[in-house]
Design a protein around this ligand. Structure first.
Ligand code: SF4
Length: 281
């Protein structure tokens, strides 16, 4: 059995920055909260909890010690009005919105000011899209083609698939091109995720099994598993404990991971696979 680990593994810079920030706040000794899960990875969240960080789920659940505590806003960003309200409750709100996500927000806001209807290819319940609605309230967020207005600007959630965004736009154009008078298309997909998408596609074509390591609630991890499954068998696991013995029946296995998966999780999966393979001989 040949086991190959993808080149693009480990946290993207947005997640790394958010984690570095929360670790440095925790080191101050002041109570530190995160607004929602800082990273869509249960192992990482668990280790932050061990260090004393806790999650604030919503504005209605502000903890009693908020006035003495830090609150960290995750890389997905936040509705600006919500952020202002949170600032009134906490000692300090530390915003780790990824600059690439911030650029998406300013892009759609500018296009809205220019009179465009905003259509975003994204998951309506994803925190990044919930935050975006705070910038452009009437933005249409959808994963399937929608009828545009005569003047429409298109953008994408930063972690969506490049190929699926392209299909989304083609389907809209095929159906509504005559209706639309003016359109703008922004490629707002983050290069860190696009790179992994290209790599997983190549690896899926060259291997019999692709193991995608990452949180089940991570949108970009699920996307990698979906893309790989178009070409070969793919499974998504959160840790090496989910590896099955029959995986050793595949002669070529690739291990890939989402941008919120620690490099060490990927290494543990590869190492355990090697052990299973040796045991199976
Ligand atoms: S995936 Fe891209 S946009 Fe999202 S946090 Fe990472 S670097 Fe930022």
């Amino acid at each position: 059995m040949k086991i190959l680990t993808a080149d693009n593994i480990g946290f993207c810079f947005g997640v790394r920055k958010a984690l570095e920030t929360i670790h440095s706040l925790l080191r101050t000794g002041r109570k530190t909260y995160m607004f929602g899960q800082l990273v869509h990875n249960p192992g990482v969240i668990e280790s932050l909890r061990t260090l004393g960080a806790e999650i604030v789920e919503s504005l209605d659940r502000v903890p009693r010690d908020s006035k003495e505590s830090f609150l960290v806003i995750r890389a997905h960003g936040i509705d600006p009005q919500k952020k202002e309200k949170l600032k009134r409750h906490f000692f300090e709100v530390v915003d780790t919105t990824c600059p690439i996500v911030g650029k998406l927000f300013s892009t759609v806001q500018r296009a809205k000011r220019e009179g465009y209807r905003i259509v975003v290819f994204g998951k309506v319940d994803h925190p990044e899209m919930e935050a975006l609605k705070g910038y452009v309230e009437d933005a249409v967020v959808s994963e399937s083609p929608v009828k545009p207005e005569r003047k429409t600007a298109f953008a994408s959630q930063t972690t969506m698939s490049i190929s699926e965004y392209s299909i989304f736009l083609q389907q809209i154009l095929q159906k509504y091109f005559e209706y639309v008078k003016e359109m703008k298309i922004f490629n707002t997909i983050c290069e860190a995720t696009a790179k992994r998408e290209r790599e997983v596609e190549r690896l899926a074509k060259e291997n019999n099994l692709v193991i995608v390591v990452g949180g089940k609630n991570s949108s970009n991890t699920a996307k990698l598993a979906r893309i790989a499954s178009r070409f070969t068998r793919s499974v998504q696991i959160e840790s090496e404990r989910e590896l099955k013995k029959d995986f050793v029946n595949y002669d070529k296995i690739a291990v890939v991971a989402g941008t919120s998966t620690p490099k060490s999780d990927v290494e543990k999966v590869s190492n355990k696979l090697q052990i299973l393979c040796q045991e199976g001989r």
